[in-house]
Design a protein around this ligand. Structure first.
Ligand code: CP
Ligand code: NVA
Length: 305
């Protein structure tokens, strides 16, 4: 495994499966409240340039429960890339802390942070990707189904950071990924090519949500305006009309389907309340599994298991 976790493609397929197995083990230990403290004496610096609920709570709680201490550094604390150069922060934080988690706007900044840090860096979301989320999502799907055979995921919405991580996962594990978005909201072309060129997964792009969800095991969505795009929210709502995940759309799959969303959701916008609260909605399992998968990633990065 590399020294950092910045993209899902930083891992081989074997390493992804290894992390899933370790996450299952650490989740069981967590549930049993086993006294397991591999991070005793270790500190995690969490750098947030954007808001967060799940990422902060899961990293902070997870690191603490495994015996370590996590520091929250919010948008007004560091001013990464503004108040101070990224490479200087990388070196300063590395002198104090054993591992860094960063949620930043500019993806280049997380790459630069990793280049200059002497401790492992974990990407907690950038404008480009969200690898911890999609690792937790696939772990959740595997937990539900017991396998990933003949898996079809339908993603309805914006070709954003979450999609880029799905595409990178599609370059490591085999599944079918069908995405429906309005014209002009496709994911990054190079990332699409990376997924397609791996030859492992089927990647379907359409502008028709009904065509995307046919035969899907999972219907997934995310907000139409991501962090940093909120001033575009009204215009995007108009462009994405017809792309809301409704019970009628989920019924098109014609099979037992799970609804997934990385959260936070804008209820009534990209997804209805009925779908969010349906028995087939596993959005809170996804949120819970963030912690266990991230713990497994950090255990591997710190050579603790
Ligand atoms: N899914 C996710 O990363 O949530 P937060 O933005 O609340 O951390
Ligand atoms: N695409 C969303 C994901 C939030 C977890 C955003 O970047 O705001």
């Amino acid at each position: 495994m590399t020294n950092h976790f910045l993209h899902i493609t930083d891992l081989t397929a074997d390493e992804i499966w290894d992390i899933f197995r370790l996450a299952e083990k650490t989740k069981a230990r967590f549930k049993e409240r086993e006294d397991y403290r591999p991070f005793h004496g270790f500190t995690l610096a969490m750098i947030f340039a954007k808001p967060s609920a799940r990422t902060r709570i899961s990293f902070e709680t997870g690191f603490h429960r495994l015996g370590g201490h996590a520091l929250y550094l919010g948008p007004n604390d560091i001013g990464i890339g503004k108040r101070e150069a990224v490479k200087d922060i990388a070196q300063v934080v590395s002198r104090f802390n054993d591992i860094i988690m960063a949620r930043l706007f500019d993806h280049q900044h997380v790459l630069e942070l990793a280049e200059h840090a002497s401790v492992p860096v974990v990407n907690g979301l950038t404008d480009y990707n969200h690898p911890c989320q999609i690792m937790a999502d696939m772990f959740t799907i595997h937990e539900r189904r017991g396998h990933l055979d003949d898996l079809k995921i339908a993603y309805i919405g914006d070709g954003n950071n979450v999609v880029h991580s799905w595409l990178r996962l599609a370059a490591r594990l085999s599944f079918s990924f069908a995405m429906a978005c309005p014209e002009g909201y496709l994911p990054d072309q190079a990332t699409l090519e990376l997924a397609r060129e791996s030859g492992l997964s089927e990647i379907i792009l359409t502008h028709d949500p009904v065509a995307a969800v046919e035969g899907a095991d999972v219907v997934y969505t995310d907000v139409w305006a991501s962090m940093g795009q909120k001033e575009e929210a009204a215009a995007r709502r108009a462009r994405f009309r017809g792309f809301q995940v409704t019970e009628a759309l989920v019924a098109v799959t014609g099979r037992e389907t799970w609804f997934m969303h990385c959260l936070p959701a804008e209820r009534g916008i990209e997804v209805t309340d009925e779908v969010m609260d349906a028995p087939y909605s596993i959005v809170f399992d996804q949120a819970e599994n963030r912690m266990h998968v991230q713990n497994a990633i950090m255990l591997r990065l710190l050579g603790k298991e």
